[in-house]
Design a protein around this ligand. Sequence first.
Ligand SMILES: [Zn+2]
Length: 653
Amino acid sequence: MKNFWDEEEATACGDDPLALRVYSSRLIGRASDLVLHGGGNTSVKAEFTDIFGVRHEVLYVKGSGWDLATIEAAGFSPVVLDALMQLSRFDVLSDADMVRAQRAAMLDPGAPNPSVEAILHALIPFRFVDHTHADAVVTLTNTPGGEARIRELYGDRLLVVPYVMPGFVLAKKVAQMTEGIDWTTLQGMVLMNHGIFSFAEDARESYTRMIDLVTEAEQALGVVPSPTTGQSGASALELATIRYEVSRAANRPMLAAFSGSSQSHCFSKRDDVVSIATRGPLTPDHVIRTKRVPLMVNDDPAVAVAKFVSDYKDYFDRHTDGKLSRLDCAPRWAVWQNRGTVAFGAKSSDLGVISDIVDHTITAIETAEGHGGWCALPEGDIFAVEYWELEQAKLGKVSNAPAFQGRCALVTGGASGIGRSCAIALAEQGARVTVLDKDPSVLTVFDGPDIQGRVCDVKDAQAVRESVAESVSIFGGLDILVNNAGIFSASDEVADMPEEEWQRSLDINLTGAMHVARESIPYLKLGWDPSVIIVGSKNVPAPGPAAGAYSVAKAGLTQLARVLALELAADGIRVNTVHPNAVFDTAIWTDEVLEGRAAHYGMSVEDYRKNNLLRQEVTSADVAAVICAMAGSAFRCTTGAQLPVDGGNERVL
Ligand SMILES: [Zn+2]
């Protein structure tokens, strides 16, 4: 393990103990081998001067919901030390009473809830206390005879604490074990199947002890063989099938992220994978993210998920006290045998957290297998943490999730105009969006991880097939298709129609849309409330002269939508059409085209922009809002419909 301590940076903290605490907490947080995504906690004992100038001895302890990698001074709660010491003397203390009493003992009411381990931190008579779930230490404890190995490795330098529930029970256990002990002989504590503590009077020494102790555990395990290179692929359709079954089990749409990294792939191919992958998590803290065991997929995902769900119900029934309500029965990750692993989550940020935990878990399991075998805690202990209200509180509330959370969308022709507005609107409402466009600017026009651009010309059937499959393999499915790619051809009358202009319009506006629909159908059939929205044109119900190539292609597209609505209804796929008109913030409407059309009707450009009954200028965002509504529950019972978004048009009414 690398020691990241930098004396210059530490000196910049001055002699402010909290600043130093922030500094060395971040050093711990940046090592994923020590803590992952909010795991672990740290503290410092210091003085706090209140508004009256009165000084108090406090424990600044990591607040719930903060991540050590990014923590700031505001992430530490100042809790009166004496109050925590008094709490440690209770024989029993309910979680609710503990949380309430700790909050009452905080000297800053705006600070976050103190860590569940605050009482334990208070009991340790050193200024700086660091706690991690270091992979190497937990791996060693999760092997047969793990406790003996730990004792052999660390001798009397560390206190070895048998596994008990984190929180007050753990604090009580340590208090009993250390009664009358000379703390100065200790550098830290190993919590069996859970993690490690280091402590010292000095920030640097406590941090360095953590690094040194974990390095010793790494050395005892030997060097982990570096994985061979290469990635395994997965069929997009099979991934979509797994995601379909998992979403049904969760009763809400879930994203599915496949990993075929050499590590995941090799793990999934092991002969003993079913046995070793299903013994339990690396540390109990992970269970709220990953559930106790993964889904094991070999051939039929429906059978595999049904087994997972029924096993989960049995597990709940075995351990519930009759007062708990069961969480959803869907898995959070899968071992897809001979392929790799899959993470499931409603948000892409969940997928990142789960994927990281899975990578570390796999490494730990394989390492432990090389040291006598992977052992995990009994399922009752894992259940207690999974259903511990203080753990579940970390996940936050899901009730106000955005409308399209967990859903996957594909938008064609999305580098600009209506398509771009749609992609942004869908992403704002929680969807993960892939945007296809033949314009390479699609690769750079969107920020953030929620919208992925991909260059694709819808005329090219093979490219469309690959792009749709690629889109599905990013987040596991396709639920919303916005078939928008189109061009507005130059305005020739039929008498003067150039052959290539006619053909180009049909190829892009009609055949291109058919390609996208055709290649999407197998995935939409596995979608969550699947919906197709076709972007037609006012020119369909109300054509004008000198736009024949465009109007005819869009009329064909509308007929395609009607046929699709008939063909796909049995699969629950809705197909609806919007007919926008005069949306001028799109790539089609260059200044030249706008002036030309205005002149054609003998109007000023300004009048032409608002040439509708409502005298409203229709924007691409207006059209996107209607398209989002069509993809949502308001249109649950509507298919085959055509809706104008044109400000009102006498010829359409
Ligand atoms: Zn812990």
